[in-house]
Design a protein around this ligand. Structure first.
Ligand code: 5AD
Ligand code: FES
Length: 353
């Protein structure tokens, strides 16, 4: 293990801040021993704020129509191979009710940027879920919208919003997205969401095509500066019907190391062990928790549409019913000494009432 890197980990653990160059140094010197030290520090921080509790969010992937054309994503507009679907309001409500009965106190309404649902449709769905389950926290993950739309959803009762920034480097952003998409707009949306009062989730792909350790270091510095309430990260995984079909997928290790660093940067953060991490490694999600993650996001979408929401190839859990995933995750989490709780799962210090 590189001794300077170990010293940097200790500095990060104590001060919760490093420079971009220091993060870059850590990433360049990552090895199994350094990963172990980082995950031990991270686990201690996680336990201080969340004990052995793991929060769960029920993911409802309600539409795979998308107006965007991100080069890495399987549901991009130009993928004519993708069989498109939209869930009706009744179907979405049914998913949320199933989720409530399974013990979920947060649902995430996630979809492509599909403007077939008007703002009023989205608001109606939010209000309907809140009226049947008042203690359900509603998270949205429906991309870039106007401030007025974000405000309308908030007034209807949504309290969290996930919008990954994808990369903190505008130049890399431009290599991963067509020109019509703007890094600045993505960042402005995150700021707007925070101003409105949402708990905000940012996030990035790890080992995306062309990404350097310096790019990842910029992501870590962004997390340090912006302090999102949540941060979703996972390895890039190629999808055969995208322009990046031939690009190499990431592995689990760099994501695991980044999870530990993020836990040290912002100990109270909500940090999911993502499906992408579970896809590249059969025990990726458990390893993610042991590296500092404290959230899992199983799927509540009807099994009939699961396999159509393929952002990347070989996505796990496309055949299992929600209840099966819940049982599976409970077993996995218990096996490593943690416990899934029935709780809205707010960021420590944040109240959704
Ligand atoms: N590999 C990994 N993650 C991906 N995402 C989209 N496509 C891929 C892929 N091929 C991630 C993006 C997006 C989130 C919903 O899924 O970060 O924000
Ligand atoms: Fe879905 Fe294990 S979590 S099958």
């Amino acid at each position: 293990m590189d001794i300077n890197a170990k010293n940097l980990l200790e500095k990060l653990n104590n001060n919760h801040a490093l420079s971009i160059d220091e993060y870059d140094y850590l990433l360049k010197h990552m090895d199994i021993d350094l990963m172990n030290v980082a995950s031990e520090f991270a686990r201690i921080k996680q336990r201080q704020h969340y004990g052995n509790k793991i929060f769960v969010r029920g993911l409802i992937e309600f539409t795979n129509f998308c107006r965007n054309n991100c080069y890495y994503c399987g549901i991009r507009r130009d993928n004519s191979d993708c069989e498109r679907y939209r869930l009706s309001k009744a179907q979405i409500l049914e998913c949320a009710n199933v989720g409530y009965d399974l013990g979920f106190r947060t649902v995430v309404l996630q979809g492509g940027e599909d403007f077939a649902y008007t703002d009023e449709d989205i608001c109606e769905i939010i209000r309907a879920i809140k009226s049947s389950n008042p203690d359900m926290v509603i998270t949205l993950s429906i991309g870039e919208r106007s401030r007025a739309s974000y405000e309308a959803y908030f007034n209807a009762g949504a309290r969290r919003y996930l919008l990954r920034h994808e990369t903190a480097n505008p130049e890399l952003y431009a290599k991963l997205h067509p020109q019509e998409m703007s890094w600045q707009n993505r960042m402005d949306c995150l700021q707007t969401l925070r101003e409105i009062g949402y708990q905000v989730g940012a996030g990035f792909m790890v080992e995306s095509p062309g990404q350097t350790t310096y790019d990842l270091a910029m992501d870590l510095k962004f997390i340090q500066d912006f302090k999102p309430d949540m941060c979703g990260i996972g390895p890039y995984i190629s999808h055969k019907e995208t322009p990046f079909a031939k690009e190499t997928s990431g592995g689990a290790d760099t994501t695991l190391f980044c999870l530990s660093l993020i836990r040290m940067i912002y100990p109270q953060i909500l940090l999911p062990a993502t499906t992408a991490l579970g896809t590249v490694d059969e025990h990726g999600r458990e390893k993610g928790i042991l590296a500092g993650a404290n959230v899992l996001m199983p799927n509540l979408s009807p099994t009939s549409v699961r396999s159509k929401y393929t952002l990347y190839d070989n996505k796990i859990c496309t055949g299992e019913e929600a209840a099966e995933c819940v049982t599976c995750l409970r077993n996995r989490v218990t096996a490593i000494g943690y416990e899934i709780v029935e709780d809205p799962g707010n960021r420590s210090g944040f109240n959704t009432n």
